[in-house]
Design a protein around this ligand. Sequence first.
Ligand SMILES: *Cc1c(COP(=O)(O)O)cnc(C)c1O
Length: 476
Amino acid sequence: MTDPLRFDQAAWHDPDGERYEPLLSEKGNREVAVESELPDDLTRDTVELPDVAEPELARHYTRLSEMNYGVESGPFPLGSCTMKYNPKFTEDLAADPNASVHPDRSTRSTQGTLQVMHELQDYLAAIGGMDAVTLQPPAGAAGEFAGLLVIDAYHEANGEDRGEVVIPDSAHGTNFASAAMAGYDVVSLPSNDEGRVDLDALDAALSEDTAALMLTNPNTLGLFERDIETVAERVHDAGGLLYYDGANLNALLGRARPGDMGFDVMHYNVHKTFATPHGGGGPGAGPVGVVEELAEFLPDPHVRERDGRYERYTPESSVGKVHGYAGNWLVLLKAHAYITRLGDEGLADASAKAVLNANYLAERVEYEVPFGPFHHEFVASAGEQDAADAAKRMLDFGVHPPTTKWPEIVPEALMTEPTEVESKRTLDQLAAAFNAARDSDDGDLDAAPSRTAAGRIDQTSAARNPRLSWQALDDE
Ligand SMILES: *Cc1c(COP(=O)(O)O)cnc(C)c1O
């Protein structure tokens, strides 16, 4: 048994012992004159900027980064929304000045860029078993929305008015939100006691109003929907389409394809599967793949090849634009580089290791782990403990907290996805952290995390009353 490591995060304290890192503006400001060729009524004469020397500035941001916990601080086993370690060679490529192209540049002078996009469309189509792919949507949720617009356009073109989308109760929250944003009523589908789609409940949910079923497979419990072919048949028989939430393809890469399971539309979260970071909500990509019959509805523009030249074009009955230009190019470049570097064998090897790692960790964790065997992730139960306490306690042992309290089918859920990137040594350390949290007494659980730079954060207030600038702080 590996012993848990103890983690102490860098922190500064004021003389009273309070944790302390001043805002730059608190260090002193200076009025700086604005010189601009813009019309006077659009500009200020001066702006107030922090008055700090470069070393102070560099240290400030370095300290802030040390007060955070990221995938390069230690294992990051967040279930479902997992970000895996991002290899640096893709960063080098994206940072190359030659990789940046202005989106308004001519087709003739951007053949290389368009070729990479075209290849990525093809790679993703091959990985998902789809016929056509758009790279435009900037995130997974945006991909869901674009996919649902395509589904809507398809039904409309067939003269059908279908107003409902069926979604399992264990689905990611964005599924419900995307369906609502696309104007659909959501029909929630309960899981059976194996944690999978309940076929009787599915039959009851389907009707001539069903536009689509949204499903992820393996599901959020890390379980493969064994009845997927039957599910697909019943949805299609009801005249609906199947939408695959492909945010987490880590278990399937090179082994199984949503297209072969009967799905008609899917999105890919390149930031979760193909190692393109979008930390802090930065630019991301959520490409969408569709089967042949839906290709004409894809967003505008699409990249195609004609007589050896690449060009942008507008699909025949396109749903229009879902993002500026052709998507977040540098993110797409990283996904292309990652897929090319791994190749067929590398991708299949990644999924093998992702599944092995999840099952190995599930075995070593002493919390109760219902269901299994697993694919890319598993959901442990914190049992009598509050899952949020247990997760915060893991930070004291140098592990990023897993996703908690979801899906609700497992009480006090700790949803965990180690991914293929972690070594056996790290997995043992991770298990030791889980087990140390499990063995913690109530006092330590309540106080957790006690060795991080910031203590327990009031997440509800942070989400409901965000203060996103120093001005908002000043105004109080
Ligand atoms: C992360 C995730 C999404 C949403 O993706 P974003 O890129 O965060 O918008 C959708 N479904 C599942 C299952 C996810 O894990």
